[in-house]
Design a protein around this ligand. Structure first.
Ligand code: CA2
Length: 144
């Protein structure tokens, strides 16, 4: 199984600020964690982080025909981006939404998720482990 693991804006800043919300570990540590989970599950993974909405849309489109599923933390674009929602709908691959923090317990504007409307599942508030839950969910339900 091939998965695209996408991370949105500012997640490259992990561990640098706001450790109370996002933890103390770096983005490189998150990548290492995701690669380890994928290896343990026999998954081939492409990891990509961008601070730009169009880049994320391009990457989602490129997954069509090359990936079997998508794990996505759209970060702030979660709450604003109809373009990412439309891209996920367009490729129609099984996608799982991940958030490090429990967005439902934070500001009201974080309660809406456009991307989530095109996702089969959401894991929020589990830190890095949310990515493991998302990968294992896709393997269990869509693996081959
Ligand atoms: O909880 C999550 O994973 C979020 O997707 C993270 C986004 C936020 O806008 C979403 O509402 C929830 C923010 C990512 C920014 O990450 C930072 C990391 C270190 C320092 C500052 C921001």
């Amino acid at each position: 199984m091939k998965l695209l693991v996408l991370n949105g804006p500012n997640l490259n800043m992990l561990g640098i600020r706001e450790p109370g919300i996002y933890g103390t570990e770096s983005y490189a540590a998150l990548e290492a964690f995701v690669r380890d989970v994928c290896a343990k599950n026999g998954v081939e993974a492409e990891l990509y982080q961008s601070n730009h909405e169009g880049d994320l849309v391009d990457k989602i489109q490129a997954a069509l025909g090359t990936a079997d599923g998508i794990v996505i933390n759209p970060a702030a674009y979660t709450h604003t981006s109809v373009a990412i929602l439309d891209a996920l709908k367009a490729v129609a691959l099984p996608a799982v939404e991940v958030h490090l923090s429990d967005v439902s317990a934070r500001e009201e504007f974080r309660h809406i998720s456009y991307a989530g409307m095109a996702c089969v599942k959401t894991f929020a508030g589990y830190g890095f482990d949310g990515y493991r839950l998302a990968i294992e969910y896709l393997v269990e339900h869509y693996g081959k």
